[in-house]
Design a protein around this ligand. Sequence first.
Ligand SMILES: Cc1cc2nc3c(=O)[nH]c(=O)nc-3n(C[C@H](O)[C@H](O)[C@H](O)COP(=O)(O)OP(=O)(O)OC[C@H]3O[C@@H](n4cnc5c(N)ncnc54)[C@H](O)[C@@H]3O)c2cc1C
Length: 389
Amino acid sequence: MPAVDLYRPSEEHDMLRDAVRALAEAKIAPFAAAVDEEARFPQEAHDALVANDLHAVHVPEEYGGGGADALATVIVIEEVARVCASSSLIPAVNKLGSLPVILSGSEELKKRYMTPLAKGDGMFSYCLSEPDAGSDAAGMKTRAVRDGDHYVLDGVKRWITNAGESRFYTVMAVTDPSKRSKGISAFVVEEDDEGVSFGAPEKKLGIKGSPTREVYLDGVRVPADRMIGEEGTGFATAMKTLDHTRITIAAQALGIAQGALDYAKGYVRERRQFGKPIADFQGIQFMLADMAMKISAARALTYQAAAASERGDADLTYLGAAAKCFASDTAMEVTTDAVQLLGGYGYTRDYPVERMMRDAKITQIYEGTNQVQRIVMARNLLAAKEGTR
Ligand SMILES: Cc1cc2nc3c(=O)[nH]c(=O)nc-3n(C[C@H](O)[C@H](O)[C@H](O)COP(=O)(O)OP(=O)(O)OC[C@H]3O[C@@H](n4cnc5c(N)ncnc54)[C@H](O)[C@@H]3O)c2cc1C
């Protein structure tokens, strides 16, 4: 029997989209401009998402979560990002931070950490990058040294989304420096573990409502049972996680692009020049058509990747990278065109497309830059049988 077809959203997926859209319009959109302007955490969005069990929909039902499939998770993120990209990092990074535990953690670890996450009693962050280890993440220096029934962690993690807001942190650290990526292990670190502290929030171009800070680990003693999986498997878990979560960044990009197109469409119908709405000019119509066409293609690829994630298909690594890369490039193009369609007004903060264009940029950078996605895709396609991709 063929596997469930998730390429096309089911009726339940469509209902979920309607519900998230209504919530996002009512409870998240009204604060998006202020969150950006004041560079503050979108607490209103957080509270609305938690109240509606939409902050971490991917958590399996046995731990009190919604047990949403990969496509449902994409739809939640897409709809939140359509009105506020910063807020969409709440469900997205909760998945990123906790997926290593879901994929590789012990049953005990899953119970201990997925239950509060599902309840909204603590967010999860993902700590891979370091000041000198970005694209080459395996070059990390943070150490975890065994000491009896504990590990002692020392190092600096950089660019950590929701740092300071999250209660739980999945931290990748070197347990055996002689083995490079195979000498890296993953741990759950808690916000109030002694020796954990945070740097000042980064002053960023976009997603200003999403705090990005360094995480300092200064002799942090964590019990050995907080290791995720076996010693030396942390890097593999971190990469496997990204295969699934790059699709959530594609969803974010898709949402930003859709938000920009929707706004621009309304604007060109209203704005009059040369005695008629600018929507009557074919030059404007062609731009709108191109924007919509690219979004449709990005959505198809993102949903295909979500289906592969749900089924655990062999081409997930390729599809996750392709979806993230294509959707984020689309978001950058579409938001730039949206600013263009609003003319001078689009270039000001009085209209949301300026924020959307700034927010779109990050989707080409994090969870691996788009050059890195192309490396991943090329490696995969060169190893694949001819005619398969
Ligand atoms: C706002 C924000 C939030 C983030 N959130 C998180 C988070 O929550 N957790 C986390 O662990 N990390 C996070 N990151 C880190 C992010 O994943 C890294 O910034 C990204 O992987 C790139 O690393 P880098 O910044 O060190 O750039 P570098 O690796 O120094 O790259 C610089 C440039 O060189 C290019 N380059 C590098 N190597 C190659 C190559 N082999 N071939 C071609 N080009 C190459 C890159 O594409 C890029 O254009 C975040 C970053 C930002 C800005």
